[in-house]
Design a protein around this ligand. Structure first.
Ligand code: ATP
Ligand code: MG
Length: 438
C-alpha cells in the first residue's frame, strides 16, 4: 500500500478522514517503532484523533511552529511570492534581485552549520539561509542614496537605517539642477516597485511563517535541523496543519514542503537511518484543493509538480504516498494513475465513478457499480494491498477527527442564543487566527 501508493476517494462525508485516522492508528500501535508518516492536513482536523502519536506543526504554535522558510524556495517561487514575477519572464529588475540573492547565499557558505558546500555547485536556487531584510535594505538604500561630490565617492548620509527593523537609511535630498547633493549617475527609480513590494510582504503578518527566520539563520540552526524537527522527532506522525496558511500561498507552501522532503530522501538515500532505509509515508488530505487538473487562480502548479515527483519517483527513495480526495475527476491523472491501491468510498457523481473505473483493471469494473450505494464508512479496497478486492466497513475512530457532521436536528432544536459573539469571529478572520477555545 505504501510503496505503490494509494488513493482514498469518496464524496464529502463518506468517511475518508475517518479511514485515514484508522489506518494511522493501526500503523502506530507500536508494532513499527521506526515508522515515519507526514500528513498534509489543509483544514487542521486530525490533531484530536491522533493526539498521542503525532506532532502537529501549526503557524504560530509556541512549541512546533510551522515554517516554510523563504530561503528554501526556488528563485522562481520566491520572486513570484515577493514581487509577483511570472515564471519564464526576466526583467532587468529580476536580474538584479537574482544577482543580489545569489551573492548573499554565496557569502553564507563559509559559515553554514551543516557544513561547507562546494562553491561551484551553489546556485540562486540552493536552499541556503540568507537575510531577506538585508536584500530589501540593499535595494532600498540604493534608491535613496545621494552624494556630496560630482564623482560620487562621498555619500550624503544623514542617518544609517536598519535592515532588521525595516528602517530606511536617510540621505540629504538631491539639490536642484546641477547643485549637490547628486543622485547616482545611473539614475534611480528602477527598483522602486520591487522595494515597495518586498516591503509590503515583510510587513504583512500573515506571511511571517515564510519570511521571519525563526532562528534559522544558517549559523545557529540550518536546514538539517528543520528536517530533523519535521521527521525525526519522538513521535511517529507529523501533521502539517495548514489551516492558517493564506489561501493564495497554499500551493507554494505545500509544493515547498513536499519538495524538501523529496530532496531530503533523495540525497539521503545512502545515509543510514534515513532514505530508503527508513521510508516516509506522505498523506495528502483534500488533494483536490491543490492538485487540480486544470489549475486555478492561485495555483501555479508548485504543489502539483512536487507531488507528481513523489508519485512517479518516490518509491526509489523510500517515499510512499496516499492521496485523499472528494473528486477523483478533478485530480491530476498522472497522480491517480500511479496509485496501486484504491479505497473507493461512496461516490455519487458519475464522472467521478468513471474516473475510478478508468484507473482500476477492467476485470473489476463490475464491482464498482456498488460505489454509489456504499454506506458511510464503507469502502471497496482494490489493488496491490489486498489479495482479493474487498468491501469493508471501517470502524469509527474515537476521538473523531474534527470533521464530524453537525447534528442538525439537535442543534436546531436548541433555543436560539441571543448573544453570539460575532465580533470574535470577525477579529479572528481579520487577523487570520482562530480564537482560543474556552
Ligand atoms: N466508519 C464510520 N462509521 C460511522 N460513521 C462514520 C464512519 N466514518 C465516518 N463517519 C461519520 O461520517 C461523518 C464524516 O466523516 P469524515 O469526516 O471521515 O468524512 P470525509 O469523507 O473525510 O468528508 P470530507 O470529504 O468532507 O472531508 C462524520 O460525522 C463521521 O462520524
Ligand atoms: Mg475529510
Amino acid at each position: 500500500m505504501v510503496s505503490r501508493h494509494c488513493a482514498i476517494v469518496g464524496s464529502t462525508g463518506s468517511g475518508k478522514s475517518n479511514t485515514v485516522a484508522q489506518i494511522l492508528k493501526a500503523l502506530t500501535t507500536g508494532y513499527y517503532p521506526g515508522i515515519r508518516v507526514v500528513l498534509i492536513d489543509p483544514h487542521g482536523v486530525y490533531f484530536s484523533a491522533l493526539k498521542d502519536v503525532s506532532r502537529v506543526f501549526r503557524i504560530d504554535d509556541p512549541e512546533n511552529p510551522l515554517y516554510i522558510h523563504f530561503w528554501t524556495l526556488t528563485f522562481d517561487e520566491l520572486a513570484w511570492f515577493l514581487v509577483d514575477r511570472k515564471t519564464g519572464t526576466e526583467t532587468v529588475q529580476d536580474g538584479n534581485l537574482r544577482g543580489k540573492i545569489f551573492e548573499q547565499k554565496r557569502t553564507m557558505i563559509e559559515k553554514l552549520k551543516a557544513g561547507r558546500p562546494d562553491e561551484s555547485a551553489i546556485t540562486v536556487d540552493s536552499p541556503i539561509p540568507f537575510s531577506i531584510r538585508e536584500t530589501w535594505y540593499h535595494f532600498d538604500r540604493a534608491e535613496r542614496v545621494t552624494y556630496e561630490d560630482m564623482a560620487r565617492t562621498k555619500e550624503a548620509l544623514v542617518e544609517e537605517g536598519d535592515a532588521q527593523s525595516l528602517k530606511s537609511a536617510q540621505f540629504k535630498p538631491p539639490g536642484a539642477g546641477s547643485s549637490p547633493p547628486f543622485k547616482p549617475s545611473g539614475g534611480t527609480g528602477q527598483m522602486l516597485q520591487y522595494v515597495s513590494k518586498i516591503y509590503a510582504r515583510l510587513k504583512d503578518r500573515r506571511f511571517d511563517f515564510i519570511l521571519s527566520p525563526g532562528g534559522y539563520d544558517g549559523l545557529e540552526k540550518d536546514l538539517h535541523d528543520l528536517l530533523a524537527s519535521w521527521v525525526d522527532h519522538d513521535l511517529p506522525v507529523s501533521i502539517f496543519d495548514l489551516s492558517g496558511v493564506p489561501f493564495e500561498v497554499m500551493d507554494m507552501a505545500i509544493g515547498t514542503l513536499v519538495r524538501l522532503l523529496f530532496d531530503y530522501m533523495f540525497w539521503g538515500r545512502n545515509v543510514s537511518g534515513t532514505g530508503r532505509q527508513r521510508p516516509i509515508l506522505l498523506i495528502f488530505e483534500e488533494a483536490h484543493a491543490y492538485l487540480p487538473k486544470s489549475g486555478g487562480k492561485f495555483i501555479q502548479g508548485y504543489a502539483l509538480r512536487s507531488i507528481q515527483r513523489v508519485f512517479k519517483e518516490g518509491r526509489k527513495y523510500g517515499l510512499g504516498a496516499i492521496v485523499v480526495s472528494q473528486r477523483p475527476s478533478e485530480i491530476d491523472e498522472a497522480v491517480l494513475s500511479q496509485c496501486g491501491t484504491f479505497f473507493a468510498m461512496r461516490l455519487s457523481n458519475s464522472t467521478d465513478q468513471g474516473h475510478v473505473k478508468y484507473v482500476v483493471p477492467d476485470s473489476l469494473a463490475g464491482l464498482l457499480d456498488l460505489i454509489p450505494a456504499l454506506r458511510t464508512g464503507e469502502a471497496l479496497i482494490l489493488g496491490e494491498a489486498v489479495q482479493i478486492p474487498s468491501r469493508v466497513k471501517v470502524m469509527e475512530v474515537s476521538p473523531r477527527p474534527d470533521s464530524s457532521d453537525p447534528e442538525i436536528t439537535k442543534c436546531w432544536c436548541n433555543q436560539r442564543l441571543t448573544s453570539v459573539p460575532h465580533e470574535l469571529i470577525v477579529t479572528a478572520w481579520r487577523q487570520q487566527k482562530l480564537p482560543e477555545i474556552t
